[in-house]
Ligand binder design. Sequence first.
Ligand code: FES
Length: 390
Amino acid sequence: MTKERDTNDAPEPDGHAAAARCPVDRHLFPTAEEKQYPLPPSFVDGKVYTDPDQYAREYEKIFMQSWFPVCPSWDVQSPRDLVVWDRLRQSVVITRMDDGRIAAWHNVCQHRGARLVKESGQCKAGKVKCPWHGFAYNLAGEVTNVPLRESFDEATLTNLRATPIRAVEWSGFVWINFSNDAPSLQEYLGDLWGEIGHYRMDGFQTRYRTTVELHANWKVVVDAFNETWHVPFTHQETLAGLMLWRDAKIHVCPPHSWMTLPVAGFTERMKDKADHHGANVCHYLAFPNTIFSCFPTHLQMWTIWPVSAEETIIDAWGIVGPVPAGMSEEAWAKQNERDWAHFLKVVGENSTIINSLGTVAHSKGFGRLMFNTAESRLTAFHEEVKSRIS
Ligand code: FES
């Protein structure tokens, strides 16, 4: 007798069907001895996605204390290049100084708080003048000229500068941290330093970029990108036949996490079974908000920025490595175009789900929510958030 299909039943899991069709070498995937999903099931109160008090604590204790990338080094490649970064209710100026070093400082005049720099570009003069009363700043953010200087108390002008921000160039991006007490970027990233560093992204090019606005809490967005078992439901058209989602293997290295994700038609051809970078998509979350989806030859990276408790922005980049051996430049360019278009479609599919969740987040039915073992990265992420804001 044929079982009537429940509307909640999973559709035919195309990704797994593709895996079954391929002569996949199971040695590449987690064995019984390896723990594929490291954490037990867990629960979270739905209020974590809507509570304004929690959001305020996350802003201060997480976003004002963590490292994150804000722009590709490419954007400040030449001396006097300047980027204005407006996220997290902050405005930051990032500059390439004449000696090749970068500097980052708050985009706020020390006189009466005017916005110093309107937008990104080339600062040919090598100095910035406040549009209100003309205080001048060099590219390090130091005040170099004060009109009517004699009318101020000279002591208040000594060593005056725009408030500096810690900034480091690593893996082709400028990373910043608003806290002077946070550990170094390398210490902060821990295992991810070597994992992501493996790709040598500083030799890649940032060819594509986009920004997406979403109507949901930032953690909904992080959650949506950090588990794979939604693939056969949400991404039937884009990923289900491509990503062998059942064979994802999760690693938790607090505060971060990552997973290896085999790819149909690719992973099984790789000779070096031990090379997880070369044989899989490696997918990383650098806590709290930066995600890398790394293929051996190119990757997508995106940062997730809260705007309010229930509004979020994603900034995403398509980052491309050198032309692979045996491929023409033209063929590589075409493949990159296709990959980026594919990525945008995947983001669009996730955005639809994320925005739909935003429409019910205040429902009385939006209460206790659960994560299964395949959502171990979500459990680890929410535990980390909770521990930091407690
Ligand atoms: S606010 Fe900048 S010079 Fe007055």
